[in-house]
Design a protein around this ligand. Structure first.
Ligand SMILES: NC(=O)c1ccc[n+]([C@@H]2O[C@H](COP(=O)([O-])OP(=O)(O)OC[C@H]3O[C@@H](n4cnc5c(N)ncnc54)[C@H](OP(=O)(O)O)[C@@H]3O)[C@@H](O)[C@H]2O)c1
Ligand SMILES: *[C@@H]1O[C@H](CO)[C@@H](O)[C@H](O)[C@H]1NC(C)=O
Ligand SMILES: *[C@@H]1O[C@H](CO)[C@@H](O)[C@H](O)[C@H]1NC(C)=O
Length: 342
């Protein structure tokens, strides 16, 4: 049982690692430990990077028909919701279209039916309408009662007219923001879960925002960011709650998308059109419980996460103060114009 180090005539060849370490200087040991640590950190970064590439660019989307025949989209007549409705229909799902304007709903339903040969059903509701939310929820539940609902896209959402301090914000708007972004999202989720539990299948996508999920803060949009923070944690928690029954809950947090809400008309690499955005959004359904599905947004998330919070806070405050100033100037000019013409 002669082990290394015992044979005196061949010292270097058979000295064991433990003997080498025992005789090494402390400086040498620290160096080795640091190198090992550095290697591990590098390995972790590399595996994250590769995983990111896989998720954003290569991973195929799930077959959404497996969840059920129907998908429900709220706030579907414009922007991201419209993108979702069209893309879901393109994937051969029948869609329930829920939004405010009956004329726009019927037009969209006709477009979808003739283009994609799937069924549609429309429901015109204004989620900010006064009175009990219960009566609106009842109408939605009645519309869905005889359908095999596989997917719910809680997309409808309100934001500020422009960046504002909390003390400048219309108090009525505060109520509407909380009602639409928080209450409606929660209640509609609650409405579809019993049916999904019965079939042990379903997907719920809650549209959050980079304002809460990606940025450390979104100054001058406090109530908006707060409601989207709710959507984020609500979704992550529900995802854990219902995974055991085959229901995939997910918060999708876009950064800027060219829509009426963002007031960005022209799409670009970092600000996709609603249709381009929706296509990547569908590919993410059923995977992580929080995602930003569009590739350039995912890169921006990675950059934001690697910056110190204070730096990002300062950049964002400056951006949003700029938006506020522009809006106030526009408002002032409009007033001058009105005075001149009267
Ligand atoms: N755009 C972005 O840059 C961005 C970024 C992050 C997160 N998001 C989130 O993405 C979601 C969609 O945003 P978007 O930019 O697509 O918005 P959008 O262009 O303003 O579209 C909103 C849609 O919701 C409907 N809607 C508005 N108020 C409603 C109400 N009270 N009752 C029923 N339906 C109502 C609108 O219908 P009408 O046609 O009748 O107005 C429209 O179809 C929101 O949750 C938003 O917070 C957007
Ligand atoms: C997806 O699943 C549905 C039903 O489960 C099936 O009919 C359809 O062929 C599938 N689509 C693809 C592209 O695999
Ligand atoms: C509904 O949409 C149509 C078509 O875009 C528009 O002409 C009409 O004014 C809208 N109705 C309301 C109440 O906003």
């Amino acid at each position: 049982m002669a082990t290394g180090g015992a044979a005196g005539d061949a010292p270097n060849a058979s000295v064991s690692l433990s003997d080498q370490l025992r005789s090494a200087s402390p400086e040498y040991l620290i160096l080795v430990a640091l190198a090992a640590l550095g290697f591990l950190v590098l390995l972790r970064a590399l595996s994250r990077f590769l995983r990111g590439i896989w998720c954003v660019f290569l991973r195929p989307g799930k077959n959404l028909s497996h969840y059920g025949k129907w998908a429900v989209v709220t706030g579907c007549t414009d922007g991201i919701g419209r993108g979702f409705a069209l893309e879901l229909a393109r994937k051969k799902l029948s869609v329930v279209l829920i939004s405010r304007n009956q004329t726009k709903l019927v037009e969209l339903a006709q477009e979808i039916e003739s283009k994609y040969k799937v069924e549609t059903r429309v429901l015109a509701v204004d989620f900010t309408e006064g009175g009990e939310l219960q009566s609106i929820i009842d109408r939605v539940e009645a519309t869905l009662s005889d359908l095999d609902v596989g997917i719910l896209i809680n997309n409808v959402g309100l934001s500020y007219p422009h960046a504002q301090y909390l003390n400048e914000l219309d108090v009525m708007l505060i109520g509407d923001l909380i009602r639409v972004n928080v209450e409606v999202t929660t209640r509609l989720t609650r409405s579809v879960i019993p049916g999904m539990l019965k079939k042990r299948r379903g997907a719920i996508v809650n549209v959050g925002s980079g304002a809460a999920t990606v940025l450390p803060s979104d100054p001058l949009y406090a109530v908006y960011a707060g409601t989207k923070g709710f959507v984020d944690q609500f979704s992550r928690t529900l995802a854990v709650e219902y995974k055991q029954w085959g229901i995939d809950v997910q918060c999708q947090a876009p950064l800027y998308v060219a829509t009426k809400m963002s007031k960005i008309r022209k799409s670009s690499l970092t600000c996709p059109s609603a249709n381009v955005y929706a296509r990547s959004a569908l590919k993410a359904i059923g995977y992580e419980s929080r995602v930003t599905p569009y590739w350039a947004h995912a890169i921006m998330w990675w950059i934001v996460a690697s910056l110190p919070e204070q730096v990002m806070d300062t950049i964002r405050l400056k951006q949003n103060l700029g938006i506020r100033k522009k809006a106030l100037n526009k408002h002032a000019q409009k007033k001058i114009g009105e005075k001149k013409s009267s």
